[in-house]
Design a protein around this ligand. Structure first.
Ligand SMILES: O=P(O)(O)OC[C@H]1O[C@H](OP(=O)(O)OP(=O)(O)O)[C@H](O)[C@@H]1O
Ligand SMILES: O=c1[nH]c(=O)c2nc[nH]c2[nH]1
Ligand SMILES: [Mg+2]
Length: 158
């Protein structure tokens, strides 16, 4: 498990996804977007709006399974996207690159983009916006909620 945390707010996710849309615009247009569920769905919605793309397919890869530990399983294939020619694949982040490798094998001709990337997964994506270190855990707004934090003076006292 990562030791550091990188907290992403809704506002930051929106800005970073729009920055990714600007970069992706240069190499479009795209026939459609393949969103990697579930984390890729929100960046995909933001980027689809910016690129004026209305055709959205999804793909679901389960990388953790109680019975078959570590063996990625395609829970929902991206049937509409063929071999990926002209399609854009979107995910929130790439970490080890396991998810990206499975999806690249399914859609070898697609362009693969993520908002965030860690070094081990970087070679598996074509475009990303922000890099964080491998030992950093990215905290997304849908996985977190605001909570009370003690004043600094109290937390360092004694
Ligand atoms: O590069 P990797 O090591 O494969 O990790 C990256 C993947 O892990 C997370 O998804 P997860 O499988 O946890 O599912 P979720 O999107 O449904 O939360 C994240 O959204 C990426 O899809
Ligand atoms: O919320 C998440 N943050 C991460 O850094 C990460 N890496 C893999 N899967 C992840 N999910
Ligand atoms: Mg995911």
């Amino acid at each position: 498990m990562a030791q550091k945390y990188y907290t992403v707010t809704w506002d930051q996710l929106h800005r970073d996804s729009k920055a990714l849309a600007w970069r992706l615009l240069e190499r479009g247009p795209y026939r459609g977007i393949v969103a990697i569920t579930r984390g890729g769905l929100i960046p995909a919605a933001i980027i689809a709006r910016e690129l004026d793309c209305r055709l959205i397919e999804s793909v679901s890869i389960v990388t953790y399974d109680e019975e078959k530990r570590g063996e990625p399983r395609v829970a929902k294939p991206p049937v509409a996207a063929g071999d990926g020619e002209g399609w854009l694949i979107l995910d929130d982040l790439v970490d080890t690159g396991t998810t990206a490798r499975v999806i690249r094998a399914l859609l070898p001709k697609a362009h693969f983009a993520t908002v965030y990337a860690k070094p081990a997964g970087k070679p598996t994506v074509d475009t990303f916006i922000t890099e964080v270190s491998q030992d950093t855990w990215i905290l997304f707004p849908w996985d977190t909620e605001p909570q009370f934090i003690a004043p600094i003076a109290k937390s360092v006292a004694q």
